[in-house]
Design a protein around this ligand. Structure first.
Ligand SMILES: [Zn+2]
Length: 509
């Protein structure tokens, strides 16, 4: 049986034969023996049954400090020695068959690579690199050798009335899987207030479009590792009402003895905390009071902030259908009337910017960040939440990421602000923040080593040109597969078989 998901190779003009990716005959030829065909080889001589995007710089521009060089691929047409083929038409199609690029490549006679039939003549194209976007494809130095392509799409070649072939564009073959890798994203654009404008765009439709465009730009960058970012949903949402009490906020000190007072559904509740109560024990007392009132208590155990004595705990109240109930302070009374135990409402106020984490609380996020993230978390660790907020407090931050890890944070999420989202199309903010999550990398390579400003994960580069922070290395791709692939602790990436390749009939000239 012919596997329709595999690339087809066929020789037209008399006989039609199907070759498996390794070049062996999958079906006996209908009449005459195969005398013409086309295949693609890496510059190092490996025959390829799937193509992948180039990660490095165009060869013409590689600076001396870059050690990973990717020479690209070459098509080879073979015919009976009595025929000659002078050019090849190459068409690059997107995942839905949309045309991305088309070009004629001159062919020159040359040595046949390993794997073609005996007693044929071979015609070789120049070396081509499949590139992720127009910035790479249109650079004058590399225009003749760069072909725009997209993961999930395919490249179709035809040589006049001669052979045709098609190859899927997927993950780098060094990753060892077939097809490509996909991550699922849930995107929320947050309004500045209940009735306020969305973080980006004039109104909701506009906001959704901008968010989708930013995800698409990030997806093209991640295409270097054969990764596509699928948007499961995009919504425009209001900031959530207060959702929890955080107990032991800040310093995480034990109680000295006092009272905690708050309102649940308009009803005042109060508990006594005893001297020496840890934030955890105090949170349990608060939880029991919530349960006595008829709701259910839920606890989120935070990791300890670096400067805190003990970890804090977020306590929320849910109804019998699992919906989170709104909590509030009891009038002007402070939540905690204990001299040492801090209790705070998990509320979000974006009018003064989102309070963002520092090195001290990076593993758990600020109270405001946790309140925002927990409101949009779907509890599914295999999706990544992307939140777009109007701004961060302070001027320096435009994006940040949260890594769900064993013993650490609870969320796989990134937050970008409106500047970060705008910059996502050209300075790759969203792709960078998603990189922290996919690579499970809280810091940056240049925090420790050489500052390579062309790398996506560089801490501080901003450059919209071909030299900008947009490159991923094979080591990055391997790390993403190890840290977020199907066998990872938090599997964010799954293998997807590419859609069926075009058949010989569909691409016949
Ligand atoms: Zn970063």
């Amino acid at each position: 049986m012919v596997d329709r998901r595999r690339p087809l190779q066929a020789a037209l003009g008399g006989a039609l034969a199907l070759l498996s990716p390794s070049g062996a005959l999958a079906l006996p030829p209908a009449r005459a023996p195969v005398e013409a065909g086309v295949g693609v080889w890496s510059a190092s001589g490996a025959r390829l049954d799937q193509l992948s995007l180039a990660r490095g710089w165009p060869l013409e521009l590689v600076p001396s400090f870059v050690t990973e060089r990717e020479p690209g691929v070459r098509w080879v047409v073979w015919t009976s020695p009595s025929r000659s083929v002078t050019s090849l038409r190459v068409r690059s199609l997107g995942p839905h068959g949309e045309p991305l690029a088309e070009r004629a490549l001159p062919l020159r006679p040359g040595a046949c690579p390993e794997g073609v039939p005996a007693r044929v003549a071979c015609w070789r194209s120049s070396v081509q690199r499949l590139v992720m976007d127009e910035v790479d494809a249109q650079h004058p130095a590399a225009q003749g050798s760069s072909l725009l392509a997209e993961v999930g799409g395919q490249v179709v070649v035809s040589a006049g009335a001669g052979p045709v072939g098609s190859w899927r564009v997927g993950a780098p073959r060094e990753l060892g899987g077939r097809g490509f890798l996909a991550a699922r994203l849930r995107v929320a654009v947050v309004r500045i207030s209940e009735q306020g404008s969305p973080a980006v765009g004039e109104e909701a439709t506009d906001a959704v479009q901008r968010a989708r465009a930013a995800v698409r730009a990030a997806s093209l960058v991640w295409g270097q590792c054969g990764v596509t970012l699928e948007v499961e949903q995009v919504e425009v949402v209001a900031p959530p009402p207060p959702r929890f009490l955080t107990v032991g906020c800040g310093a995480g000190l034990p109680a000295r003895g006092g009272r905690v007072r708050w309102r649940l559904g308009g009803r005042p509740l109060e508990v006594r905390v005893e001297p020496g109560d840890s934030p955890e024990r105090a949170a349990r007392r608060i939880g029991r009071a919530i349960e006595r009132s008829g709701a259910r208590a839920r606890y989120a155990w935070n990791v300890r902030a670096e400067s805190a004595a003990l970890p804090s705990v977020d306590v929320s109240a849910v109804d019998s259908r699992g919906r989170t109930l709104e909590l509030a302070a009891d009038g002007a009374a402070p939540l905690s009337q204990d001299a040492a135990l801090c209790v705070q409402l998990g509320s979000v106020d974006l009018t003064d910017g989102l309070s963002h984490f520092s090195n001290d609380d990076a593993a758990l996020g600020t109270v405001e960040e946790r309140a925002l993230l927990s409101a949009f978390d779907d509890g599914d660790p295999s999706t990544i939440e992307v939140l777009v907020v109007p701004s961060f407090a302070g001027a320096s931050r435009i994006g940040e990421s949260f890594l769900a890890r064993e013993g650490a944070g609870r969320f796989n999420a990134v937050i970008v602000d409106r500047i970060g989202l705008r910059a996502s199309v050209r300075s790759y903010t969203l792709a960078h923040e998603l990189g922290h999550v996919l690579l499970n990398l809280p810091r940056h390579p240049d925090d420790y080593g050489v500052d390579t400003t062309s790398q996506l994960m560089d801490a501080d580069a901003a450059d919209a040109s071909i030299f900008g922070p947009r490159r991923l290395t094979l080591a990055d791709c391997r790390r993403a597969l190890t840290e977020s692939g199907p066998d990872a602790f938090v599997p964010l990436l799954r293998w997807v078989e590419a859609p069926p390749s075009l058949t010989a009939a569909a691409v016949a000239p």
